[in-house]
Design a protein around this ligand. Structure first.
Ligand code: MN
Length: 210
């Protein structure tokens, strides 16, 4: 697998229909094969013209945004963010019922949000609060779990927050099945969250930070 230019559209970690009936197969096809592919194509086209950035990983392209030439900053940020956010989103879902939340993560969630239901409720409110296109996130921020949102294809990495889980609330993520009812999409998405992946990400960032 390549981690820098030229980026390729790696397959989903599960079949397109795997998240039915919560996330529909047609949406997954369009989302992965068309929307994500477009960000990959646009990012590769930008990097083709800027060889000095071709050795950068996605994260480096996002975190080092301040060092990029002004003219490139927005377009690289949008497209590298589009690739990063979508891969993160797809990897954060699963149809495997065994990937339930583990004790350590549950303890951390209870510590910061009182209990799991409160966490879900706050996350849902955050997802509903995104005006237009963007994402809701669970992040590690200064050692604390926090819920936040980003607009368009911005990422928490730029704010030095470490992402654990994200929910794509662009309309293309849910319009075919849930129409304009974002709340129903959020409720359905909670059925397919890959909590095991969230734990792995938390472990990774905790070891990185200490
Ligand atoms: Mn999307």
């Amino acid at each position: 697998m390549n981690f820098c230019y030229p980026f390729i559209n790696t397959p989903l970690p599960y079949p397109y229909h795997a998240l039915e009936p919560f996330i529909d197969e047609k949406t997954m096809h369009l989302h992965h094969d068309k929307h994500l592919q477009t960000y990959i194509d646009n990012l590769n086209a930008l990097l083709k013209e800027n060889p000095m950035l071709q050795k950068c990983s996605l994260e480096e392209l996002l975190i080092s945004c301040c060092r990029r030439p002004d003219s490139l900053q927005i377009s690289i940020g949008n497209n590298a963010g589009g690739v990063y956010n979508h891969r993160f989103f797809f990897d954060g879902m699963s149809n495997d019922d065994n990937l339930s939340i583990d004790d350590f993560l549950l303890l951390e969630i209870n510590k910061h949000f009182c209990n799991f239901d409160q966490f879900k409720n706050q996350f849902k409110q955050a997802a509903l609060s995104v005006f237009g296109s963007g994402y809701a996130w669970l992040v590690l921020d200064n050692g604390r779990l926090k819920i936040t949102t980003t607009s368009n294809q911005d990422t928490p990495l730029e704010k030095h927050q470490y992402p654990l889980l994200n929910l794509d609330v662009w309309e293309h993520a849910y319009y075919l099945k849930h129409y304009n009812v974002r709340a129903a999409y959020v409720d359905d998405w909670f059925h397919v969250v890959n909590w095991h992946m969230v734990s792995l990400r938390l472990e990774k960032w905790l070891s990185f930070c200490t």
